[in-house]
Design a protein around this ligand. Structure first.
Ligand SMILES: [Zn+2]
Length: 320
């Protein structure tokens, strides 16, 4: 009797050691906006280290409308007002300055609390030059046209590190460059304790962009996948196949996403780890007519096989 009881007590630990059971979640993510292009709400992901009060936004294409929708769809388990959710955001990580990634931040700024905007230097500069400039919108930042209302403090991140602690959270961030039709975009590697999560902005494939940015990113995160520490990759698949390379405009299709992930898989060299890694697919551009691009992209990714693709849904929570 006693031996059986001891075995039962040991079972969870044994499962963890053999890799049979998934580890308990390290991050909570609420998808406030998952669309690319014309249909709102657009790209915005609210990420919190499990158990923490404050988290970050990876992009803010939508904010107030996305929070309201997520509350209706059960994205936030505890009943919290929009203001409370807004106040629980410690910083905005902005991948690039295109409107579908920043519109929510700009529109909500008069009702927002003081926060950092963390981005690569050219992205922060674009926000200061083109939005918070008293022409497009009052200057809510602490750079550019006077008077500077300084609700937002721009923090420029060095590409490739070192990790920067996000004030008010237990998360540190490293920014990696991406190429989006030749203009700068960013991947953010978030780390909390020994766990990590990767959030990519818009990106074209290296082969089409004439870049090595994705390859460099894969090389940087491959050890985290090998060690089972990377909890997920948020990455775009904007259009269904086929799209001629000269009409990708700095985006991925399912076949290009598959090729890029095969490059990562080769570096990881551990198919069990790679297969288990959640690939959270974002930024699908809505179609003008049926069938929906969501359905087509979803089917095409499924047909690729091997990878653990999850098509992200508006307003839903994800435990990663
Ligand atoms: Zn976009």
């Amino acid at each position: 009797m006693r031996r059986r009881a001891n075995l039962r007590a040991l079972l969870p630990a044994l499962l963890l050691l053999t890799g049979a059971a998934p580890p308990s979640p390290a991050f909570d993510l609420v998808a406030l906006g998952v669309n690319g292009g014309i249909e709102e709400p657009t790209s915005a992901y609210h990420i919190t280290a499990r158990g923490a009060r404050s988290g970050v936004m990876c992009d803010a294409g939508t904010l107030a409308a996305g929070i309201d929708q997520a509350q209706r769809r059960g994205g936030y388990p505890r009943a919290a007002s929009r203001q409370e959710v807004m106040a629980s955001i410690s910083a905005y990580l902005i991948t690039h300055a295109h409107l579908d990634h920043v519109a929510g931040l700009v529109l909500a700024s008069p009702n927002d609390t003081k926060k950092d905007i963390m981005a690569l230097a050219p992205v922060n500069q674009a926000l200061a030059d083109h939005y918070f400039n008293w022409s497009a919108w009052p200057n809510m930042g602490d750079r550019g046209a006077a008077p500077r209302l300084a609700r937002y403090h721009y923090r420029d991140l060095e590409p490739g590190g070192p990790p920067t602690l996000i004030a008010g959270t237990a998360i540190s961030v490293t920014a990696y460059r991406l190429s989006h039709a030749g203009s700068p975009s960013t991947a953010f590697l978030l780390q909390s304790g020994s766990d990590a999560l990767l959030c990519l902005g818009d990106t074209g494939p290296d082969a089409v962009e004439g870049s090595t940015h994705l390859n460099d990113l894969w090389r940087a995160v491959a050890p985290l996948v090998q060690q089972g520490r990377l909890r997920g990759i948020l990455i775009e698949a904007s259009y269904p196949d086929p799209v001629p390379d000269n009409q990708l405009y700095g985006h991925l299709t399912p076949s290009w996403l598959g090729k890029e992930l095969q490059a990562l898989r080769g570096m990881v060299g551990n198919d069990a780890r790679m297969k288990a890694l959640p690939i959270l697919v974002t930024h699908i551009k809505p179609s003008e007519a049926p069938p929906s691009n969501r359905e087509t992209v979803s089917r095409q990714l499924h047909d690729l096989g091997f990878f653990n693709f999850i098509i992200m849904e508006q307003g839903r929570p994800y435990a990663l």
